[in-house]
Design a protein around this ligand. Structure first.
Ligand code: GLC
Length: 413
């Protein structure tokens, strides 16, 4: 099998980390398969793919294309840019899009894949335009399609072109089925994570030094949110929850992560979050580390990992990773995230966006070391059962094989 992956970003966000695990799990389970990656930007994804022996090429998105997105136009990131402005940017980018699709088509023809796996909205569409009609397409959905006003229309228009659609949770699969109806076959496949890297034992970072704050004294409890700065990841909810803790609370909060994607309007700036924390009077109770490459070492340095997404989380790699490191996790109980843990046993859920409830849960865990230990131990076991690369490969291989063997004529677009 000759499998070509197309990814719209080069850096390592959630969808890219998930893709690396897809490639790693296939390389392990099917060493005879040829895996290739084309990414639209340089970065950690490309480097790590190469390091695992996947042939990776970069065909850069022109700037006009990399900045396009409707995530902030009534999508999960809120209503910061107006849909008309987005439409205007799409129109202005049209020549660049056509040029890009042509370059992509040449690369696809050169590679002659049996199946193309696309890993992000822009590549789902570009893949459908650029791939020869006889090449089966598998879309891997990492986000809710119906939350994106323009993308949902575009994807619906091209859904019949897919041989299969993979969604990262049952929740995302359900959303896709409601949109695509009979146009496509959707499979829910949970992500895997690298359980060797994300394990309870191993080095831990000095978060205080990274954040430039004084060392936390004996008895202090470290509670961190690890996420990109996408607006819906709930940084403000987390900061408000920290501000609602009693003055004598032993908790210090950490915001771990930096800005990642180039899509206009969809992210906080770290400086805004610092300003917000300052206005809440949090200065002594919070540290901002910026982007951290060694996520497991950051997680190990925490006592409690908070996931605070204000919109339903499609999957929530950060939750799975923290569980695998044996941490007590507090997660927003909505979307695909609730499929990852037994609430109250393997992690504690809280209603998305509810800072008061989040504060109560943080305070409860901060005061109860045994509860933290119990949750962490149960989480580590659950993660080792649920998020293995072996399980991922076993679920994906029949999907690719089915796609490659598919003979039905593909409609023209
Ligand atoms: C996207 C989703 C996130 C998921 C990741 C990997 O980033 O928003 O929930 O964990 O993809 O599938």
């Amino acid at each position: 099998m000759n499998l070509l992956f197309l990814n719209p970003a080069g850096s390592s966000g959630g969808a890219e980390r998930a893709l690396l695990d897809v490639m790693a799990s296939l390389a392990e389970a099917r060493p005879g398969w040829r895996l290739k990656l084309i990414a639209a930007a340089d970065g950690a994804l490309v480097e790590e793919a190469r390091a695992m022996g996947v042939g990776a090429a970069v065909i850069k998105f022109p700037r006009a294309v990399s900045q396009l997105g409707d995530a902030a136009a009534g999508g999960p990131a809120g209503d910061h840019s107006n849909p008309l402005a987005v439409a205007g940017r799409v129109a202005a980018a049209a020549p660049a899009i056509v040029g890009y699709a042509r370059a992509l088509r040449r690369a696809i023809v050169d590679c002659a894949p049996d199946v193309i796996h696309t890993n992000g909205f822009k590549m789902h569409v570009l893949g459908a335009w650029a791939a020869p009609r006889t090449t089966p397409l598998v879309w891997h959905l990492h986000d809710y399609v119906r939350a994106r006003p323009m993308m949902s229309r575009l994807l619906k228009a091209h859904a019949r072109r897919t041989a299969a659609i993979v969604a990262n949770s049952h929740s995302v699969a359900g959303d896709a089925r409601r949109l695509f109806g009979g146009r496509a076959t959707v499979f829910a496949v949970h992500n895997a994570i690298d359980l060797e890297r994300f394990s309870p034992a191993g080095p831990a970072l000095d978060l205080d030094r990274l954040a430039g704050v004084p060392p936390l004294g004996e008895g202090g409890v470290r509670v961190g949110l690890i996420a990109t700065l996408a607006r819906w990841k709930g940084h403000r909810t987390f900061l408000r929850a920290l501000a609602a803790l009693p003055a004598d609370s032993p908790v210090r909060g950490y915001v771990i992560g930096g800005a990642l994607y180039e899509t206009a309007g969809s992210q906080h700036a770290l400086s805004d979050l610092r300003g917000y924390a300052g206005a809440l009077g949090l200065n002594n109770r919070i540290g901002f580390t910026g982007f951290v490459a060694d996520a497991p070492a950051a997680i190990r340095a925490l006592d409690v990992v908070v996931h605070a997404s204000t919109a339903p989380e499609p999957f929530g790699l950060a939750i799975a990773e923290a569980m695998a490191c044996g941490k007590a996790v507090i997660a927003s109980a909505a979307g695909g995230a609730v499929e990852l843990f037994a609430d109250g046993v393997e992690a504690l859920g809280h209603p998305p966006g509810d800072a008061a409830e989040l504060a109560r849960t943080i305070a409860r865990l901060a005061a109860d070391r045994d509860l933290r230990a119990r949750l962490g131990a149960a989480a580590a076991i659950a993660a080792r059962r649920r998020f293995t690369r072996e399980r991922l490969a076993n679920e994906l291989i029949p999907i690719y094989e089915g796609a490659a063997g598919e003979t039905r004529a593909r409609p023209a677009i």
